[in-house]
Write a protein that binds this ligand. Structure first.
Ligand code: SAJ
Length: 441
């Protein structure tokens, strides 16, 4: 069977993209380096949580239009949808982009189209991808077409946004962009805007940077309001009545593989100039430690304290834990010897052990709500409070109905209204731990 599209990377972007193309009549080969993922997809199942995805994948596999393998095949078009994470020192790790490009080189033929969907630092398409693809002997822009079409979908709403959102397509040549547009036009209902590859890269990075900087502003607002003794959530709500103001929400940090990562691509490239962007990143990265500091302060005087941590995904109603602020908070509290009962109804695989709901609450001294999962709105504070040693809830998302929890005997503290401690160094944390009379200290 001739393949129309070979999609490399069957993760949060590649799998929905492959199955939507397949359900629009294209013959699609999905490729992933993980045999486990390939087997799951070939069974018509999915390895990630995303509303509606299972049905689309199942239908695509059963129609025969989608199949998966660990190696690429010849195709008319190739879509690279692999991760672009950052290294420990906040530099772009392009190894997956480079490896996926090398993997398709032997399968490229004259007239093929290659599209990079992965979010990438400026000039990646022209400076990194094009030279690798040229190893095929084809001339990029002449007999091999190359474009960057950044994914812009919101986890939790991927299938809908894949179709509805406007799409930016940047070609290394005009014909490259036009060919990519013709492909996506088969299912994209939004507007398709054509530009050059580097502009398209910058558009995507700026979208996420815009959000990161605005979240940093909201987090700074929470710190200021805590010091002034007022409620940041009221300030945000009232200010947003202004027609040109859209303040974001404070929170325990910015997670996920996008917003907490992409701004660093700009800082890495232009460190002298991307000053506001770097500062916003640092403000947001400081939030989990401020939250951990709040928890530590609430435990002063308690021997062998236990904390119930609700939610480990990076945001509500998803199972994705990459760059989750909860990881930082857990590491911080565990380093102090604080016992944790961790509960997340959406997450199955996690690097720390998870508890059932009741076990997480049993003998606890403080509930720390980290994620706005819908399930947490429905918790029964009356029953859960009875399991605890002390009824304290720190809500970092303004999720719960404080009145209901107060009625069940809880003191409810809200991030955005509380005095937030300054993030402290690991050394300072050690001396605070000793002051807390924790177990083993
Ligand atoms: N957050 C706040 N306050 C807010 C909004 C979000 O603290 O007011 C936190 C969330 O809790 C989460 C993080 O920010 O930890 C990011 O969540 P998000 O829902 O804002 O975004 P992502 O990372 O799930 O998806 C983003 C989207 N980009 C934009 O909205 C500009 C999506 O469209 C992109 O496709 C995606 O990044 C990506 O893959 O780049």
């Amino acid at each position: 069977m001739d393949i129309d599209i070979c999609v490399v990377g069957l993760g949060y972007i590649g799998l929905p993209t492959a199955s939507v193309f397949a359900s629009n009549g294209f013959r699609v080969q999905g490729v992933d380096i993980s045999q486990r993922v390939v087997d799951i997809v070939n069974r018509g199942e999915i390895h990630i949580e995303e509303p509606g995805l299972k049905t689309v994948v199942q239908a695509a596999i059963h129609s025969g239009n989608l199949r998966a393998s660990v190696t690429p095949v010849e195709a008319n078009a190739f879509i690279l949808a692999v991760p672009t994470p950052i290294t420990e020192d906040k530099k772009a790790d392009l190894s997956y982009v480079e490896a996926s490009a090398r993997a398709i080189v032997p399968y490229l033929r004259a007239g093929n189209l290659v599209i990079l969907e992965s979010t990438s630092p400026p000039r990646t398409t022209v400076d990194v991808l094009a030279p690798i693809l040229a190893e095929s002997g084809l001339t990029v822009g002449v007999d091999l077409f190359l474009a960057h079409s950044p994914e812009r979908v919101l986890p939790g709403r991927i299938l809908n946004e894949l179709i509805e959102n406007d799409r930016i397509i940047g070609g290394v040549t005009t014909e490259s962009a036009e060919r990519a547009r013709d492909l996506y036009a088969s299912f994209v209902a939004g507007e398709i805007i054509l530009t050059d590859a580097t502009t398209a890269e910058m558009v995507k990075l700026m979208e996420n940077t815009y959000r990161d900087v605005n979240i940093a502003l909201a987090n700074e607002l929470a710190v200021l309001c805590g010091k002034l003794g007022i409620n940041a959530w009221d300030v945000i709500q009232f200010a947003n009545h202004h027609p040109r103001v859209h303040l974001h929400n404070p929170g325990p940090g910015v997670g996920g593989h996008c917003i907490s990562v992409d701004p660093w691509f700009l800082v890495e490239r232009l460190p002298e100039d991307a000053r506001l962007i770097a500062m916003a990143r640092n403000i947001n990265d400081g939030m989990p430690h401020r939250v951990a500091g709040l928890v530590r302060e609430s435990l002063v005087g308690i021997t062998n304290p236990k904390v119930t941590l609700l939610g480990v995904s990076y945001k509500g109603n998803v199972d994705d834990t990459r760059e989750s602020p909860s990881l930082e908070v857990i590491a911080d509290l565990k380093a102090q010897g604080i016992e944790l009962g961790i509960y997340d109804p959406h997450v199955e695989r996690f690097e720390h052990s998870l508890s059932g709901l009741e076990d997480a609450f049993r003998d606890s001294d403080c509930v720390l709500l980290m994620v706005d999962h819908n399930e947490f709105k429905l918790l029964d504070p009356g029953a859960l409070g009875k399991l605890m040693r002390r009824r304290l809830l720190i809500d970092t998302r303004k999720l719960v109905d404080a009145g209901v929890w107060n009625a069940a005997g809880f003191v409810v503290q809200l991030l955005g209204k509380l005095l937030l401690p300054t993030p402290v160094s690991p050394g300072q944390r050690d001396s605070m731990a000793q002051a807390l009379s924790l177990s083993g200290s």
